[in-house]
Write a protein that binds this ligand. Structure first.
Ligand SMILES: NC(=O)c1ccc[n+]([C@@H]2O[C@H](COP(=O)([O-])OP(=O)(O)OC[C@H]3O[C@@H](n4cnc5c(N)ncnc54)[C@H](OP(=O)(O)O)[C@@H]3O)[C@@H](O)[C@H]2O)c1
Length: 252
């Protein structure tokens, strides 16, 4: 039976790859992101290719009132939710903390931490009501190993891991599962966004590295959501073969 999957940040990278893998297995999708045109093109692609239902929510997860106004009615129209992939997130800047922009810090905290809280608060009542569901939070190896010039981003991803652990504890009396996925270096638009559109600088991050591909992460997300009811995978850390910690990579 088709499951109902809500994915934030499904317009590119890991979120888009997750949407594709769930759809390829016949699951229905409720996809969210800010870029309306991309959301619509993902919808056309997945409905055409896989014949699944795809609903869209144009959503900036930083906007609390917007999240409150849009998520609940969207889930009701969609017919419920079985899996939430809290994937929307970003890094902004790569600077020594003392030189970093406070605006960048605010954007990262508002998106990666507060946005995840706003969305999860709207989704959890549905999961508690049906006594089932799976929340998959996109953390990062950056949440385990801080790296130079990334203090705030790393802190937001450490917060994602801690939020997952806390929510898992608070919902222990239910059959809801919570998983943190902690990928290392994944080749997506992530670095272009981090460097405010500087594509050459972004490309240099991946030069000489056989980076993880978004589809690799999506396969893991699909795997963790397809385990027996008795089994809950709490955390998965995924690194590139040439990676040994947060920013410790070996370039060939
Ligand atoms: N790439 C890596 O190396 C890596 C490693 C570990 C973890 N991660 C995490 O993986 C997640 C996905 O990143 P990615 O690598 O796939 O980068 P990406 O290609 O830039 O995708 C980021 C996604 O997040 C969405 N997003 C960003 N801000 C948003 C907001 N305020 N409201 C709603 N959606 C928002 C974007 O959609 P719109 O722009 O359309 O809103 C986009 O779909 C992030 O949480 C990131 O921290 C990435």
């Amino acid at each position: 039976m088709a499951r109902r999957i809500l994915i934030t940040g499904a317009t590119s990278g890991i979120g888009l790859a997750c949407a594709r893998v769930f759809a390829s297995h016949g699951d229905d999708l409720l996809i969210a992101g800010r870029r309306t045109t991309l959301l619509e093109s993902v919808k056309v692609e997945l409905t055409t290719e896989f014949g699944v239902r795809v609903d869209t929510i144009v959503l900036d997860v930083q906007q609390r009132e917007d999240v409150v106004a849009k998520i609940k009615p969207a889930i009701e129209a969609f017919g419920g939710v079985d899996v939430l992939v809290n994937n929307a997130g970003l890094a902004q800047g790569l600077d020594d903390f003392q030189d970093s922009a406070v605006d960048d810090a605010v954007t990262m905290i508002d998106t990666n931490v507060k946005g995840l809280i706003y969305v999860t608060k709207e989704v959890l009542p549905f999961m508690i009501g049906q006594n089932s569901g799976h929340i998959v939070n996109m953390g990062s190896t950056a949440g385990i190993y801080a790296y130079p010039k990334g203090a705030v981003y790393c802190a937001t991803k450490a917060a994602v891991k801690t939020l997952s652990d806390g929510i898992r504890m608070d919902t222990i009396a239910t059959d809801i599962k919570v998983t943190t996925i902690q990928p290392g270096i994944v080749e997506t638009d992530f670095s272009t966004v981090r460097f405010h559109g500087d594509k050459d600088r972004a490309d240099s991050v991946y030069a000489g590295i056989d980076a993880i591909q978004p589809e690799d992460v999506a396969d893991v997300v699909y795997y963790v959501t397809n385990q027996p009811k008795r089994l809950q995978i709490s955390d998965v850390t995924i690194m590139a073969n040439q990676q040994a910690a947060g920013f410790m990579v070996h370039k060939k």
